[in-house]
Design a protein around this ligand. Structure first.
Ligand SMILES: *Cc1c(COP(=O)(O)O)cnc(C)c1O
Length: 869
């Protein structure tokens, strides 16, 4: 029988144990080992059985045990200590307060008062399963690192009744999905309530139906609140209750409704949260991937037509919204970008729609692919993301470059290198992802986990003796082996095997064998089965008599992706073979709980995506923090930080068009590396049983990557490069909104007058027959500006080395100064450039719009070059 209704009864703790409830309610416990130890002390068995879930643990422990604990002085003392520690963590000044805030309320030049971070998924802990993969884990790590640094972020997302899905296998190795119900009352979230106790509500007008109603849950992630909207409320008809059913499922219209709720509903939830709690209104809005982009439309509505708003015109509101918005694009895979039928968007944003009063044609124009190669029938969320954000970035250097190429159609007048999309490389939250034993090594060498200052450890890595380092890795490998056996047994039982058939599971994996991990979602570009390209060769590597390797593999395929499921099946069938099953396992249901012991237990982390489709990748960073060596295609972050000695680069056959041949080439390069480089180094032991050349590489990994891969480094980069500049521009435009109105008017004026701008004539001197390094090039440009003033533009000399089609490589930009103005809107600009390098030199002169509130010369998309230039 199925329950008609369900709810969870929350425990009543004895007053002496009140603080246990406080510790459970703040997810900081999930990266604070001492707090986890305290929960284990409450009831060790239940702590394991609940999968380390404090809310469930406290719900299941009986009154008697609580009374025992309340009378245990040692326990109550530890509890009081941890509560005080949490209070201090939540209130003391941290990096942001110490270095980024000037003046009481932010003040000019200061960091933002608050930042809203919108994401369709957040991966914070296994007990709040609201993520599918890398994007969500990254969002979770972003919030945690912001909390550690004191950065005033508020997360905004959805609460899905089923999260993503739980993966298991059938007898044939085919992926099975199940969707357990998550009762919010059993999750570490609380309902946002009005002061009279009624649940706060957010509503959105829908086409042909009643309003969509959502309530708002709040999860506390250290210092950072995370708001999560949920439509599973009685006021909604059934079809609306399903809007927040699961992540990335359903039809295109279902996705549109989810994104409408996230973007438009998210801003409304934030306003309710501020009104009720007094939380400062965000000065910066960060759109984490295109899915959340509708937030910009709601902000335009607030600024243009809302009765309690300033009633600005659309263009002025757009300038304000853009100045305060940051957009991060996360994938170069076209299928990863949301594109809706224009007609569908029109239906939801038409008259009386989600943002009433905002003209539908302006909305549609924001997402239009109105560039060469675009599809006129679709509304593209990434394109809207760029148009609604003055600052945008990719998530690694290489991905920034790929994104500039991919979206260059939006700035057709500019070379790809000048497309205004920068990059900030992702990072991972060390306290979440570093094994305790490694943290202890670090603390013993002066790392201060309280202040998140791990520098002393990276500096002291060399003082850890080889034997100690190696002993720690063995402990971690052994833990993974036990975990893998437990999961293998559970999976086979689930697949229908009886205990009597499963004796072999006790011999699965070996704590002294070179252990390679491979775990990630299974879209085709990640190439789960590349290692199976030559199955006989893989077998020989696994079964090598002196230098065997063992593989631990995991990953979920999107439920609608049968191709991905076939790859999983192929791998599972290989791993089921009695000849090799002690050396290769596929563990179902990859999630945070599996990932945490997996990364530290691996000696090598394997990644073989099809370059350049891995925007960044973060699992290899987590491995590196635990002394794992990366063996990866030079894609994403690895392309940037591989230094020849901190792991291995699998050569990629870029440019080989035949996909099969490319896979062959890259697979063989992988086998060769494993056979000739990786395994020999691992098994080359000294008299103490330690492989010195391996440990040297492990040290180098920690030293070269430890500081870089941190989410705290990433969040600091966001604050300095994007959040603070965005807040600064927004403050200058805001006030009485005059700045924004002036900027909007200036843009109209410049675009209207641009046809009158021309580089009419360029003269140079200093360039004789014989030019030498050290000579000067003098350039005079005669420029017509029509109705524009010299102050409206920048005239620039762009120089570099010309290639054989005269394109300038490594171009540099030098400003020309106004020298003289003539009648009729004509002006002479001049510059002198020293010729510093021998070799080919090419240059051109161009005019671009210039205004101090622009973030890039390319922002308006127009440029004027010499005729024929
Ligand atoms: C880190 C992590 C990911 C993302 O890994 P990528 O290398 O970016 O593919 C996905 N799922 C889980 C559970 C993770 O911990």
């Amino acid at each position: 029988m199925r329950a008609f209704r369900r709810f969870t009864v929350r425990p009543v703790l004895p007053p002496a144990l009140d603080a246990l409830g406080e510790l459970a309610a703040n997810l900081r416990w999930s990266w604070h080992p001492a707090t986890q130890d305290l929960f284990a002390e409450v009831d060790a068995e239940r702590w394991e059985a609940t999968g380390h879930d404090p809310v469930r643990l406290l719900g299941e422990v009986g009154r008697e045990r609580f009374e025992e604990l309340a009378a245990d002085e040692g326990f109550t003392r530890r509890l009081a200590g941890l509560r005080a520690d949490l209070q201090a963590y939540l209130t003391e000044d941290r990096w942001f307060q110490r270095t980024q805030v000037h003046g009481a309320d932010g003040g000019p030049g200061g960091g933002p008062r608050a930042i809203a971070y919108f994401s369709p998924e957040f991966g914070i802990t296994a007990v709040l399963p609201q993520y599918s993969g890398g994007l969500g884990i990254l969002a979770g790590d972003h919030l945690k690192a912001a909390s550690d640094l004191g950065v005033p972020i508020v997360g905004v997302g959805l609460l899905y009744r089923h999260g993503y899905f739980t993966q298991s296998l059938d007898r044939d190795g085919w992926q099975q999905e199940s969707y357990p119900v998550l009762d919010p009352d059993g999750l570490p979230v609380t309902l946002l309530r009005e002061s009279d106790g009624t649940p706060a509500q957010v509503t959105i007008a829908m086409p042909d139906g009643p309003e969509l109603v959502a309530r708002v849950w709040v999860a506390q992630v250290g210092r950072v609140p995370l708001l999560a909207l949920d439509t599973d409320v009685e006021a909604n008809p059934e079809s609306y209750r399903e809007v927040t059913d699961r992540l990335y499922g359903g039809t295109s219209e279902h996705r549109l409704r989810q994104e409408l709720l996230l973007g438009v509903g998210g801003v409304r939830a934030l306003r309710a949260f501020s009104r009720i709690t007094g939380h400062p209104a965000p000065e910066v809005f960060h759109t984490n991937e295109g899915h959340a982009g509708f937030l910009g439309l709601e902000r335009i509505r607030e600024l243009t037509v809302a009765e309690d708003g300033p009633q600005l015109d659309f263009d002025t509101a757009l300038e304000l919204g853009r100045a305060s918005t940051v957009f991060t694009t996360h994938t170069p895979v076209p299928a990863g970008i949301d594109r809706f039928a224009r007609s569908l968007v029109e239906q939801y944003f038409g008259v009386g729609g989600a943002v009433p009063g905002v003209p539908a044609d302006r909305v549609l124009a924001l997402g239009a692919e109105d560039y060469a190669g675009g599809d006129g029938g679709v509304f593209n969320m990434a394109v809207m993301g760029f148009r609604l954000a003055q600052r945008a970035n990719g998530v690694s250097l290489l991905h920034g470059e790929v994104s500039r190429g991919m979206f260059s159609g939006l700035w057709p007048a500019f070379d790809e290198a000048e497309v205004p999309i920068g990059s900030i490389t992702n990072g991972v939250h060390a306290p979440t992802w570093t094994a305790r034993e490694i943290v202890e090594l670090a603390v013993a060498r002066g790392a201060d986990t309280r202040s998140d200052d791990t520098d002393p450890f990276w500096a002291a890595v060399d003082t850890v003796p080889d034997t100690e380092m190696w002993a720690v890795k063995r402990v971690l490998r052994e833990r993974l082996v036990h975990e893998a056996r437990r999961r293998t047994r559970a999976s086979w039982t689930q697949r229908g095997a009886s205990p009597a058939e499963l004796g072999w599971v006790d011999d699965v994996l070996d704590p002294d064998v070179l252990t390679i991990g491979f775990a990630r979602r299974v879209p085709s570009y990640k190439r789960l089965t590349l290692m199976l390209r030559d199955p006989e060769r893989l077998k020989r590597l696994l079964l090598h008599p002196e230098r065997p390797v063992q593989l631990v593999i995991a990953g979920k395929s999107h439920p609608a992706d049968d191709g991905g499921k076939r790859l999983i099946q192929q791998l599972v069938r290989f791993a089921d073979d009695p000849e090799v099953r002690h050396r290769i396992v596929f563990l179902p249901d990859y999630d945070i709980a599996m990932a945490q012991p997996l990364y530290p237990g691996c000696d090598v982390w394997l990644n073989n995506p099809l370059r350049p489709y891995e925007a960044c990748g973060t699992s290899g960073m987590k491995a590196a923090l635990n002394g794992g060596l990366n063996l990866s295609i030079l894609d994403g972050w690895w392309d940037e930080w591989y230094d020849g000695g901190n792991g291995w680069a699998i050569p990629s056959a870029d440019g080989v068009e035949d996909a099969d041949r490319r896979d062959d080439l890259e697979a063989h390069a992988l086998y060769d590396l494993l056979e000739h480089e990786v395994a020999p180094r691992f098994y080359d032991l000294d008299a103490d049983g330690v492989p010195p050349r391996w440990v040297a590489m492990l040290r180098h990994t920690l030293k070269s990557l430890g500081r870089k891969v941190l989410a705290t480094r990433m969040v600091r980069d966001y604050v300095r490069q994007l959040y603070t500049p965005a807040a600064t521009t927004a403050r200058r435009l805001d006030g009485d909104h005059a700045g924004a109105a002036a900027l909007a008017a200036w843009k109209r004026h410049v675009l209207t007058g641009w046809s009158g701008v021309a580089v009419e004539h360029v003269e140079s001197d200093g360039v004789s027959d014989l030019v030498r390094v050290g000579d000067q090039l003098g350039v005079r440009a005669f420029v017509a500006l029509g109705d524009l003033d010299p102050g409206d533009v920048a005239v620039q000399l762009v120089h570099g080395s010309p290639d054989d089609t005269d394109r300038l490589r490594d171009a540099e930009v030098v400003p020309l100064a106004l020298a003289e103005s003539y009648d009729g809107g004509r002006h002479r600009f001049e510059a002198t450039v020293p010729l510093a390098r021998a070799g080919g030199f090419g240059y051109t002169v161009r005019v671009v719009p210039h205004h101090e509130m622009l973030a890039s010369d390319a922002e308006l998309g127009v440029v004027s070059l010499p005729a024929g230039g």
